[in-house]
Write a protein that binds this ligand. Structure first.
Ligand code: SF4
Length: 152
């Protein structure tokens, strides 16, 4: 099956700090599935490296110095959704805690490393459009390694 994946989990250095976050459990799925890498923040036109950003309680995204970058985050999320549809992805494996890709828990907007319940901007848009999103530490990755059908 085709699976949308956060680019940084596949070793692409697209994170805000110019680094990647390679995840072996995700990478090995490439032997069973077609992985479609996307970085919503880059797709939204943001540079690499870039200032770290977090979602505030009002739902908007701000950089550490207070710049409102919500529109870039939304644009990147829409582009990731377009790519997911183009490839028929019904599942996405995205980087946990990110303001774009986070899944269930994200930083709270205070830049104090405090986590709160919530999804990243891209994750929320994908979910609203019927795409299932899981994080890289999900136990479901093991099932995906043994499953090759679209029915997962
Ligand atoms: S936006 Fe997503 S894919 Fe891009 S660096 Fe952040 S977590 Fe990784």
């Amino acid at each position: 099956m085709n699976i949308l994946v956060s680019s940084c989990l596949l070793g692409i250095p697209c994170r805000y700090d110019g680094q990647s976050k390679p995840c072996e459990a995700v990478r090995r799925l490439a032997g069973r599935h077609r992985l479609i890498p996307v970085c919503p923040e880059v797709l939204g036109g943001l540079p690499t490296p870039r200032e770290p950003s977090e979602i505030r309680p009002d739902g908007r995204v701000y950089s550490r110095t207070g710049q409102d970058v919500s529109e870039a985050y939304l644009a990147g999320a829409r582009e990731a959704l377009r790519i997911a549809r183009l490839h028929g992805c019904s599942l996405a494996i995205l980087k946990e805690k990110s303001p774009s890709c986070g899944c269930g828990r994200i930083y709270d907007g205070s830049f104090t490393r405090t986590l709160t319940a919530g999804d990243g901007i891209c994750t929320a848009l994908l979910r609203r459009n019927g795409i299932r999103v899981i994080g890289e530490s999900s136990k479901e990755l093991e099932d995906l390694f043994t499953c090759v059908s679209d029915s997962f």
